[in-house]
Design a binder for this molecule. Structure first.
Ligand SMILES: Nc1ncnc2c1ncn2[C@@H]1O[C@H](COP(=O)(O)OP(=O)(O)OP(=O)(O)O)[C@@H](O)[C@H]1O
Ligand SMILES: [Mg+2]
Length: 327
C-alpha cells in the first residue's frame, strides 16, 4: 500500500490547558520554533485549527509545506496519520477496507489512515479524482461508509493538504467545488535572507522537528473549537459577511463568486480569530483580516483579469475595502 499509516509515537500529554487564547498562543509559538514563515501565515494556521477547518498549503517545492503540517501535528497530542498521494492510490487506501475473517465467516472493517485527528495529505493533486473524492467526502461528512455501514471519524478532525501551484505532468488539479471544502489556503513563500541563512544552519544540524513537543491535548483543542462556535455574532455582522459574499458574485473581475459554504467558513474562522484575541464577540476586523485566505482559493478569476495578471486574493482585498463596515 502506498498510504503510510504513521501513528505518532507516544508523546507525553502536556498538562497545560488554560484559556483558548493561551492555547492559540502556545501553538503559534511552537510552530514558530521550526517553521520560518510570515507570522500572519502561522496565525492563520492556528485559526484554522480552532475553527476545525481543513487547510490547504500551496507553494513551490521545498519551502516548508510538509514541515508546517508536521509541526502543527506535533504541537497537538492527538492521533496523526500521513498519506502521500500518488496516481495509483485507491480510495480504500484512504478510507479503509473490509476484510473477510475466515474464523468468524464475517467481513471486518479495517480503518484506513483517514481515521485520525490530524491527517496530512501530501501532494493532494497527485491522486486520481476518484481518490480525491473519497477524501473530500470524509472531510464534508466526517464519516466513512463501507458496505452500507457508516463509521464516524473522531473529532477534532482536520485535513492538512499540501500541493504545488505549478501543474506538473501527472497531476489532477482539484476542481473548485472540491477546493470549496477547504476552509483556508495559505502559502509560505521564500524566507528573508537572514532567516534563510539561519534555517540552513538549523536544518543541517539536528532535526528541529524532532525536538518539538506537544503544547495542547486533543481535548484542549476540542474545548477551544467548541468555545469558538459559541462566539457571539451580531446581526449586522452577519449581514456584512453576506454583503461581502454578494460583492464577489457581482464583481466583474470574477467568473465565480463565493458560495454560502464560503460564508460559513468565513464566519467560523472569524469567530476563532475573536477567541484567539480573548474576545467573545466578532468584530469586522476579524472578518477583514482573514477574508483573502478563506475566500481566494474558491473563486475563479474572469479571463481578462487573469490575463491582466491579477490574483484572486487581491480581488478579495479590493472587495473588502469597498464593502461598508457596519457601525
Ligand atoms: N520555511 C521553512 N521553515 C523551516 N524549514 C524549512 C522551510 N523551508 C524549507 N525548510 C526545510 O527544507 C526541507 C524541505 O522542506 P519541506 O519538505 O517542508 O518542503 P515542501 O514544501 O513540503 O516541499 P515539496 O513540495 O517538495 O514536498 C526540510 O528539511 C525543511 O526543514
Ligand atoms: Mg512536501
Amino acid at each position: 500500500m502506498d498510504g503510510e499509516l504513521a501513528r505518532a509515537p507516544e508523546r507525553p500529554v502536556v498538562a497545560q490547558s488554560g484559556t483558548p487564547e493561551a492555547l492559540a498562543r502556545r501553538v503559534f509559538e511552537n510552530l514558530r520554533l521550526v517553521v520560518h514563515a510570515p507570522e500572519e501565515t502561522l496565525r492563520l494556521v492556528v485559526l484554522c485549527l480552532l475553527a476545525e477547518g481543513h487547510l490547504i498549503i500551496e507553494d513551490f517545492p521545498g519551502v516548508g509545506k510538509t514541515t508546517l503540517a508536521k509541526a502543527l501535528a506535533r504541537s497537538v497530542s492527538c492521533s496523526f496519520s500521513r498519506l502521500q498521494f500518488t496516481p495509483d492510490l485507491l480510495p480504500s487506501d484512504v478510507t479503509g477496507v473490509s476484510v473477510y475473517d475466515q474464523r468468524t465467516n464475517e467481513f471486518e472493517f479495517r480503518p484506513g489512515p483517514v481515521f485520525a485527528n490530524l491527517l496530512l495529505v501530501d501532494e493532494i493533486n497527485r491522486a486520481s479524482p476518484k481518490t480525491q473524492a473519497a477524501l473530500l467526502e470524509c472531510m464534508q461528512e466526517h464519516q466513512v461508509t463501507a458496505d452500507g455501514v457508516s463509521y464516524r471519524l473522531e473529532r477534532p478532525f482536520m485535513v492538512l493538504a499540501t500541493q504545488n501551484p505549478i501543474e506538473y505532468e501527472g497531476t489532477y488539479a482539484l476542481p473548485e467545488a472540491e477546493l470549496d471544502r477547504f476552509s483556508m489556503r495559505v502559502s509560505i513563500g521564500y524566507p528573508p535572507l537572514a532567516e534563510e541563512a539561519r534555517m540552513l544552519t538549523e536544518q543541517t544540524g539536528a532535526d528541529p522537528l524532532e525536538a518539538l513537543r506537544p503544547v495542547a491535548s486533543g481535548e484542549d483543542v476540542l474545548g477551544a473549537i467548541e468555545a469558538a462556535r459559541h462566539v457571539y455574532v451580531e446581526d449586522s455582522l452577519s449581514r456584512y459577511v453576506v454583503a461581502l459574499l454578494r460583492h464577489t458574485r457581482t464583481e466583474s473581475r470574477l467568473y465565480l463568486g463565493a458560495s454560502p459554504r464560503a460564508g460559513i467558513a468565513l464566519l467560523r474562522v472569524a469567530k476563532a480569530r475573536a477567541l484567539s484575541e480573548g474576545r467573545d464577540y466578532v468584530v469586522p476586523d476579524d472578518v477583514k483580516e482573514i477574508a483573502p485566505a478563506v475566500l481566494a482559493h474558491r473563486l475563479i478569476l474572469a479571463p481578462e483579469a487573469r490575463s491582466a495578471g491579477l490574483d484572486a486574493a487581491a480581488v478579495v482585498g479590493d472587495v473588502v475595502e469597498r464593502t461598508p463596515v457596519p457601525v
